[in-house]
Design a protein around this ligand. Structure first.
Ligand SMILES: Cc1cc2nc3c(=O)[nH]c(=O)nc-3n(C[C@H](O)[C@H](O)[C@H](O)COP(=O)(O)O)c2cc1C
Length: 250
């Protein structure tokens, strides 16, 4: 089983048609991966997610530009996994009832369900011999994506996901040592030495062609002051408000 999971690689370059357009999955394979997505377990039976299948070349190209992930245009298939609390509320309304007020719970349940469905889809694709890539780059232009995909209130993009035949062979990428991730009975803070050791283990994930990896520098660029995540924060807050999923008091 370890061998199976060690087969996973995030892949960003895919085999395409000769003209560079996507080499689409067969109908059977597409059906299999979408079936797997829908078989994911779901809290409270609710299935609080939707999958937008990006089909037209124009929508693919726009989504690739907005997310700054060009492979959305070239992968065999591309999807946007969304938290979706709209359908359940509309189901209640269609059944003569109405939804309550639970915007924070909506984010908790909706993101959870979107992740479970998307990862099932990716695992099924890998079982069929494909590889894929989750794309949190949706946070680079949430507003644009909400417009592009006509996402109504109650629906929030979590991440895109591409799948296809790999046209690159990335290395097995490292993970933080298990004792820092798995805790027995109670949370244990890692020591600074252990954390520096984890950086050493993770350094190769940040390696570029001729440069050795520096994971701490990569983390700083993402999560440090003035980094990418601080830049994303206001747009995510605005999108949560726009989609009716903001629970903080004004
Ligand atoms: C939620 C999520 C969002 C991600 N977003 C991106 C992305 O926007 N662009 C990208 O190239 N890779 C993205 N990745 C892929 C990660 O970089 C990759 O999983 C990580 O480096 C570990 O590599 P591995 O999956 O090959 O083990 C994302 C992964 C996840 C789970």
């Amino acid at each position: 089983m370890r061998t199976y999971f060690d087969g996973h690689r995030t892949v960003r370059q895919y085999v395409t048609q000769e003209d560079g357009s996507p080499l689409r999955l067969s109908a059977d394979h597409l059906d299999a991966v979408l079936h797997a997505a829908q078989r994911a377990p779901t809290d409270a039976t609710a299935q609080l997610y939707s999958i937008i299948h990006l089909v037209s070349p124009q929508v693919r190209a726009e989504a690739a530009r907005m997310t700054t992930n060009p492979h959305i245009a070239t992968a065999s298939e591309a999807f946007v996994l969304c938290a979706d609390v709209r359908r359940v509320v509309r189901t209640l309304e269609a059944s003569g009832s109405q939804g309550g007020h639970w915007p924070a719970v909506a984010v908790h349940f909706g993101i959870g369900d979107a992740v479970l469905a998307g990862q099932n889809l990716l695992t099924a694709a890998e079982m069929l011999g494909y590889q894929g890539c989750w794309i949190g780059g949706v946070l680079n232009d949430l507003d644009g994506l909400i417009d592009l995909l006509a996402l109504p209130q109650g629906v929030l993009p979590f991440s895109a996901l591409t799948i296809g035949q790999a046209a690159e062979q990335p290395p097995l990428r490292p993970r933080v040592p298990r004792p820092l991730v798995v805790h027995a009975d109670a949370y244990r803070d890692a020591t600074p030495e252990e954390l520096r050791g984890a950086v050493e283990v993770m350094n190769p994930i940040a390696a570029r062609r001729d440069e050795p990896g520096d994971w701490a520098r990569l983390l700083r660029a993402y999560f440090g002051p003035g980094g990418g995540m601080e830049k994303r924060e206001p747009a995510l807050e605005a999108a949560l408000q726009r989609q009716g999923l903001w629970s903080a008091q004004a």
